[in-house]
Ligand binder design. Structure first.
Ligand SMILES: [Zn+2]
Length: 85
């Protein structure tokens, strides 16, 4: 789950909509952590499970659902960054 969220966060941050957002490591990690708080964990203990989880979260509906949670986390971190500028 964490790996999937990290990839999605990086993809979103690289996109044109989030150019003004802070992309430092701290904010990026905060976004990942905050997103994961809003997403039920998926533990993949075997390679087979791993592939199943990936497959599940590759479905367009799940992607949309995940992105929605990540985007709300992005806005929270952007509004209240933990570091001083
Ligand atoms: Zn930052």
């Amino acid at each position: 789950m964490e790996e999937i969220v990290e990839v999605l966060v990086d993809t979103l941050l690289a996109g044109p909509e989030y150019q003004t957002f802070c992309k430092c490591k701290k904010c990026r990690n905060d976004v990942v952590a905050l997103s994961l708080n809003n997403i039920p964990p998926q533990y993949a203990t075997t390679q087979q499970n791993r592939e199943r989880v990936y497959e599940l979260y590759s479905k367009p509906d799940m992607r949309k659902w995940l992105n929605k949670r990540i985007i709300s986390a992005l806005h929270v971190v952007n509004k209240y960054p933990k570091h001083n500028i």
